[in-house]
Design a protein. Structure first.
Length: 204
C-alpha cells in the first residue's frame, strides 16, 4: 500500500533519517518502533505531507508521490493522528470534523443538521458517546484522539497513521482504541503506529 524508498531528512546539520526503506501493508497494524528521537515522527510526517522536503521516494499504490502538504496527502487517502492533537479546542466536535470541508445546502448556507447527523454516525462507529455539539476543550485526551480518528474516517482514509497513540490515555481508553483498530484492520485499512520498544506487546 505505502512504501518508503531511501528516505533521508536533515534539519539543518542534524540527520533525522538516513536511507530508510520500508513497506506498509493493508489490513495490518504496521509498527514503526524506536526510542525517542529515533525519527519515527519525522517519517510519519513525510508520509502525511507535513514535511515536503526530503531525499528519497514515497510510493502509494505503486505510484510515486510528492505531496505539497497535508491536504494533498489526505486527498490521496493518508491521514495522520499526531501525538500533539490537531484539533481546535473551542470548536465543537462536528465543527472540527468538517473544518475546511463544511457541508452546505442548495442555498449555500451551512448545513449544520447534516454535519451533526454524519458526525453522530462517526461517533457511534468509534464508541464515543458524546453529542456532536460538544466542545473539544471539554473532552479528555483519549476522547480527543477518537475525534481525530473520526476525522480520518470521514475523509475515507485508506492509510491511518497514529503517532504514539497510547502515550497519554488510560487503560480503558487503550482498550477502546485497539478495538477500533481491529475494526479498521478488518476493513482493509493500513494502520501505521509508532511506538517505543517497550510498547510493542500492545500492538496486536
Amino acid at each position: 500500500m505505502l512504501q518508503a524508498k531511501h528516505i533521508s531528512k536533515n534539519f539543518g546539520g542534524v540527520k533525522a533519517l538516513t536511507d530508510v526503506n520500508l513497506q506498509l501493508h493493508p489490513g495490518k497494524v504496521n509498527a514503526i518502533i524506536g526510542e525517542n528521537g529515533a525519527g519515527k515522527s519525522t517519517l510519519m510526517k513525510i508520509f502525511s505531507g507535513v514535511h515536503t522536503q526530503y531525499e528519497g521516494e514515497i510510493i502509494l499504490n505503486g505510484k510515486m508521490q510528492q505531496f505539497a502538504g497535508t491536504k494533498d496527502a489526505e486527498a490521496a487517502g493518508i491521514a495522520i493522528i499526531h501525538q500533539e492533537l490537531n484539533l481546535v479546542p473551542y470548536l465543537s466536535v462536528a465543527e472540527n470534523i468538517f473544518l475546511g470541508r463544511e457541508l452546505v445546502n442548495s442555498f449555500g448556507v451551512l448545513d449544520k443538521k447534516q454535519m451533526q447527523q454524519q458526525t453522530k454516525i462517526l461517533l457511534d462507529k468509534i464508541n464515543l458517546n458524546i453529542h456532536p455539539d460538544t466542545t473539544i476543550a471539554t473532552l479528555k485526551v483519549g476522547q480527543q484522539q477518537l475525534v481525530e480518528i473520526a476525522k480520518a474516517l470521514y475523509a475515507n482514509a485508506a492509510v491511518i497513521i497514529m503517532d504514539e497513540p497510547t502515550s497519554a490515555i488510560s487503560d480503558k481508553e487503550v482498550d477502546n482504541l485497539f478495538s477500533i483498530i481491529t475494526q479498521l484492520k478488518a476493513e482493509g485499512k493500513t494502520i501505521v503506529k509508532s511506538c517505543l520498544p517497550l510498547q510493542t506487546t500492545m500492538l496486536f
